[in-house]
Each structure stands twice: as C-alpha cells, then as structure tokens.
Design a protein around this ligand. Structure first.
Ligand SMILES: Cc1cc2nc3c(=O)[nH]c(=O)nc-3n(C[C@H](O)[C@H](O)[C@H](O)COP(=O)(O)OP(=O)(O)OC[C@H]3O[C@@H](n4cnc5c(N)ncnc54)[C@H](O)[C@@H]3O)c2cc1C
Length: 303
C-alpha cells in the first residue's frame, strides 16, 4: 500500500476540495470521478479514472465497482466529500473494503496507522482517533482545506472505466429543489448576521454593508433554520458552512462555539454586538460594542 490519497468525487467542487486536501496533507492524489465531472483532469490529480453514470441513473451505485478498483490498486487512504452522495459512496466503499470510515475529518496523519481529528459534541471538542488497521475511508467537508485551483497543474487525461454492477434500482423521477446557489467557502469577505436583528427587513442594513465591501452574506443557524430569513446554505458553523475568509464580520451574533467553529480559519474576525460580554469578542480581532441599528448605517456610510 502506498501513501497517496485516492479521492472519489461526484462533481468538480468536491474534486477541488479533495485535491486541496491532498495538497495540504502532502500526499499525491489519484481521483475516481463519478458521472460527468467538468474539467476532472485539471485539479492536480496524477491520475483520473471515470465511472460513467450507471443504468440506475444514481452515481452512488458505482460504489461496488469503485471499491473493487481501489482494492486492486491497494488504496490505503480514500476520501469522499461530506455531501449526501459522497457520504453514501464513502459508506458503501468502506463496507466493501472492510475498512473504517471516519466522517467529516479535519486532518489525517499518515504513519503506520491512520490518525484523524474531527469535531465532536457539536463543535465543543476536537477528538483524535486512531483508526484500526492500516487503510480507511474518510469524508472531508468543503472549506476544511483550501480547494485546489483549477488548471494550475498540467491537465491529465481522464480514463473511463466500465462499471459492471447493476444495483437493480432505476431512477424514475428527479424534482429539483430550489436552493440558493452560494459558495461561501471561496468568499474572501463575509458579513454574517445573527439573532441581534429584530426583523427580516432589517437585514438590508447588513446587505448594504456587504455591498459596500464586496462581501457575501452569511448568518448564524437560527437565522436560517429558526426564522427562515436566509437560505440554509448560508449558515455558518459546526453543522453549517466552514469558512476561511480574509474578513468575517459577525453582526448581532453571540459567538457560541457551534457558530465560531465554522470560522476559526478566518484571518480577521470583526464583531459588532451590543453586549460587551458576548462570547464572540473572545474570538474577534476587532470588536465594536454597539447597537447594530446605529453602527451599521454609520459604518457603511464611511466605506
Ligand atoms: C448540536 C448543535 C449544533 C449547532 N450548530 C450551529 C451552527 O452550525 N451554526 C450556528 O450558528 N449555530 C449552531 N448552533 C446554535 C448555537 O448554539 C447558537 O444557539 C446560535 O449560534 C446562536 O445564534 P445567534 O448568535 O444568532 O443568536 P443569539 O445567541 O441569540 O445571539 C444574538 C446576539 O445578538 C446581540 N444583539 C441583540 N440585539 C442587538 C443589537 N441591536 N445590536 C447588536 N447586537 C445585538 C446579543 O447581545 C446576542 O449576543 C448549534 C447548536 C447545537 C446544540
């Protein structure tokens, strides 16, 4: 078994994330792509093997064939994304290979054994786990590592591999859910709103600040999942998006660890909160103890 990272990706965003993980871990990457992944050869993998979408129409049904290929190639460390498809494939491949599966890891140490670190207890703690045996499958979330840039390395040819297994399932219908398309993980500046905003229309204050500095808008979980003022794709934290922006401005956010663990990679955190004892100030590089309704218009006007 060799020390390289085999990645399984169902789209180019997952491929960029997983190839970025390989770079960060200092491991050469070999990729298995499922279905039609745009520019699959352009993210720095040394080899790209493609499984066409199987007759079932579900790319995750390639898992038995992917597992057989990885076994033949003596893959030691395999990574998929934490997306629903990535998680499904990772679980099936790990079961077929008879190796442990570690979900949503933040780091992997490759020695005689594999050791992973991941958040537990809703982000309250980080656990280090040594995995039994010498091979494993892990899943890695977007934003955990910087994504590999497209086209920086020389492009490799994509080789198509025939899938032999028929799961017997047929895709009958697909209804596209209307979700907001936002990729916070690559935004250099983010203005994030919390329950300090009293009404949905007041978010216009944060939108104006974001527009003034060219930032994306994000939020705490209650703003997305509780009040439904913003799309779920925009909430940050242990169960939401994990970001590493250059600038993160938290407005009316208390700063519970479940939120701040999503931005602990931010270069600069600015907090605006009217409570001087709010925990967010412990994580902030710059803090403004102020009522957001007074501070935001003044701040935006200065920019
Ligand atoms: C298992 C688990 C997972 C979780 N995952 C996440 C997650 O991924 N992301 C996440 O965000 N949360 C998550 N949570 C919820 C988290 O614990 C907090 O409840 C949540 O982050 C609080 O959101 P908030 O800061 O917007 O609201 P609050 O905690 O209510 O804070 C509002 C803040 O606004 C300030 N404020 C009020 N009015 C004003 C004003 N006029 N001007 C300025 N400041 C004002 C207040 O002083 C307060 O600090 C999770 C919880 C659990 C149990």
């Amino acid at each position: 078994m060799t020390n390289e990272l085999w990645v399984i990706a169902e789209d180019s965003a997952a491929l960029a994330t997983l190839c970025g993980a390989g770079r960060a871990l200092g491991l050469p990457v070999r990729a298995v792509v499922l279905g039609d992944v745009e520019d699959a050869g352009a993210y720095g993998a040394q080899e790209v093997l493609r499984f066409a979408t199987p007759v079932s129409g579900l790319v995750e049904d390639t898992a038995p064939d992917v597992a057989a290929l990885l076994e033949e190639r003596q893959a030691r460390l395999v990574a998929a994304s934490t997306s629903p498809t990535g998680t499904l494939v990772a679980g099936r491949v790990a079961a077929r290979l008879g190796v442990p599966l570690a979900a949503a890891v933040e780091s992997v140490e490759v020695g005689e054994t594999l050791t992973v670190r991941r958040q537990v207890l809703g982000g309250m703690a980080v656990r280090t786990e040594q995995l039994a045996g010498s091979a494993a499958v892990v899943t890695i979330g977007a934003g955990t590592f910087d994504p590999a840039p497209r086209g920086e390395a020389a492009e490799v040819a994509v080789e198509t591999v025939a899938a032999a297994t028929d799961s017997g399932i047929r895709l009958v219908d697909t209804q596209v859910q209307q979700v907001e398309s936002v990729n916070l993980a690559v935004a250099p500046r983010v203005v994030s709103v919390g329950r300090g905003f009293a009404a949905q229309e007041d978010l216009a204050l944060a939108e104006a600040l974001a527009a003034a500095i060219g930032a994306e808008l994000a939020c705490s979980r209650p703003v997305a999942e509780g009040s439904g003022w913003m799309a779920k794709e925009r909430y940050v934290g242990v169960t939401g998006a994990k970001l590493k922006p250059d600038l993160y401005i938290a407005v009316g956010i208390s700063g519970q660890v479940q939120h701040t663990s999503g931005v602990d990679g931010a270069k600069v955190i600015v907090a605006i909160n009217k409570d001087k004892d709010a925990p967010i100030f412990a994580d902030a590089d710059f803090g403004l103890v102020a009522d957001l309704y007074e501070a935001l218009p003044l701040l935006t006007a200065q920019l």
